[in-house]
Every structure is written in C-alpha cells, then in structure tokens.
Design a protein around this ligand. Sequence first.
Ligand code: ACO
Length: 362
Amino acid sequence: MKNGLEDVIAAETQLSDVDGEAGRLIIRGVSLDQIVSTATYESIAALLLDGPTERHFSLAEFGPRLGEMREHLFVHLTALDSAALGLPPVDAMRALIARLPDGDDFEAALRLLAAPAVFLPAIIRLQAGQEPLAPDGSLSQAADILRMLTGQLPSKEQTAALDAYLVTISDHGLNASTFAARVVTSTHAGLTSSVLAAISALKGPLHGGAPGPVLDMFDAIGTSANAHDWLSRALDRGERLMGFGHRIYRVRDPRADALKEALRPLVSAAQVDRDRIVLAEAVEHAALAILKERKPGRPLDVNVEFYTALLLDALGFPRGSFTGVFAIGRTVGWIAHAREQALEGRLIRPRSVYIGPVPQAA
Ligand code: ACO
C-alpha cells in the first residue's frame, strides 16, 4: 500500500497536469506561465468548465451571468446566524454554502462559483463590525470581490493581482480537496455536497490552510537578520516550514513564481508593504539553504502558499480568511472535476486491507 496514496493514479483528466519534475502546470493544454498575466477569473473558469473548443456560451455572456448570480445570492447572507459568524471565515462560508440546494446542472455550478465570492467578503466585514456590501454584477468577479471587501473600487493593479491569483490556483490535478470532490460526485450527491467536502479537505494546514501561518512565521521572524536562526530552531523542534514542500513538485512550484510575478505591479505602484517583501525574500533564501542541508534526500522549495500569503495580505484580506479566498478560486476546479467525474459514471469505492484481529475458532 502507498502511504498517502503517493503516485497512485486514481483518475484520468483533461483539466490540468502537474509536472513535478519539470515544475510545470498545464491547464487545459495551456501552460500557467503563458496565461497567468493575461487571463481573468472569468476566462479560466470558461476554459475549465467548457474546454477550448466546446463552449456552451461565449465568455462575454459568462461574466454578466456570474455577476447576476452574485447579486442574486446576496440575500442568502440573512441565513448567517451568530454561531456561524463566530467561526473562522472559511467555516462560516462553508456553513452558508451548506444552505444552498444541491444540483448538478449549470445553474447549480454558477451558483457555487458566485457564492464564496459573495459570502467571504461579507463575512470578513461582519466579523470586523462593518456592514456587508451588496455585489455589483457589472464588475468582474475579481474587482467585485475587492470592492465588497474594502468598500472601494480596486486599482487596476489590484484587480489584475487577484485575477492572477484566482487563475493560478484554479486547478491542480488530483489534490486532496479535488479528490474529495470527485469521491462525493461519484455518489451522485450533487455539486453543493461535492464543494462542501472539498472545502473541508482544503482547510487543513497541509493543504490550503498554510498561507495564514506563513504570515505568522514572518511576524515571528521579524527581521531578515533573524531568519536563519529562527528557521533552524523551528526545524530543531521538528516543525515544518509553512509554504515549503509539495507532494509532487521536486523543483520550484511554478505557481509560486506566477504569484511572485503578480506581486511586482503592486510593488511598483507602492500598493504593498516593501519591508515585508524584503523579509520574505530573506526567509526564502535562508530556508532553501537550511532545508537543502537538513533534508538532502528530499528536494524542498517554496510552494504556492508562500507568495499567496504576501499577495492576499497586500490586497487587504485578513490572514484568517486566506483559505476562504483559496476556496473562491479553486471552486471552479472542483466543479470541473465533478462534471468530469459525473461522465465517468462509476462510484469511487476502493478497498482496504484488513490488518486487525480475526475471530478465534470456536
Ligand atoms: N518543512 C520541513 N520539512 C519538510 C517540509 C517542510 N515544509 N515538507 C516536507 N518536509 C520533510 C518532511 O519532514 C519529511 O522529512 P523526513 O523524511 O526526514 O521525515 C520529508 O520532507 C517528506 O515529507 P512528507 O510528509 O512525506 O511529504 P508530503 O509529500 O507528504 O508533504 C506537504 C507535502 C504536506 C505539502 C509538506 O511539504 C508540508 O507539510 N509543507 C508545509 C505545509 C504547506 O506549505 N502546505 C501547503 C501545501 S501546497 C497546497 O496544498 C496548496
């Protein structure tokens, strides 16, 4: 048996390919580095849901329909009771999504793409004692998320940075949350159930829960001069360095570079804390040297979560909400995989090997 199902093939997909040796991510036949600076959330969603050649509707139609759905969903916030509002943002968001009907048609898919984009900014504002802001369906999904979060129309650099993030994390092979979504889909439970299972898998610190702790790490390190000693002591205590390592990548995670690049215009426009970027680069540099020395048999490099932390922080998301933002972007991957799995038509039902005691002969 493969511990953690490492290298086990459990699905065929036309959606994305993670090449761990080359450090390359292909989404529907296109390499991430080719599209990340120009694609928008809407274009990657249309690509993943309909494929390059079999579109059900034009991209020009998709954006407005998604915007309309965001406006329509705002009323669902009334279902957020004080118990749910006291939860971490991703859990409060999951609680609201759980109130949406299950379904497997395109309307259900659109609802699930819009829901986290509307619910998360509202939850963040409510938890900060502010009124939630209604969606503006005429904006792009990225611009509207930032406007609902801050109350101001975002700059073009900010919108582009969030689009780059949402594109970068839209799909990534058979990761834990996507596998969870496919398993639930195979039972015919419906898309809402698949997305809820996926969010639950995503929120763990070994998957999508890492970027908040990355910022905690920067805060604890404090200065570039302290990076080497702090990181060494963390490893001495047997801790893992958040934002480093990956099950498949044996070289640098290409998404980390995509996000580092997406940060540049924000840095040039002075819309980001430069000191933090300098510290992050020092941490990255020190960590890579220490990990190389301490784990010679295991190539470890930065993963997507390292630069996610810097980017989402620069855009004004509180660190406790980062996993929720990840869910906003990854939902389209989950849904695309769910639709693909539904075509397979077969229940996912592996076997286990029983290693417990056997009944004694009478
Ligand atoms: N810091 C220190 N050591 C590490 C790290 C790390 N971040 N990641 C792996 N290692 C070490 C392990 O301690 C282990 O060493 P050992 O063989 O001496 O015991 C070796 O590398 C292999 O580790 P595994 O647990 O087998 O690696 P796995 O493929 O299961 O883990 C994971 C991948 C979970 C991402 C891991 O690298 C990790 O915990 N990283 C930190 C958390 C993180 O950044 N999560 C976000 C992942 S990206 C994403 O899901 C979106």
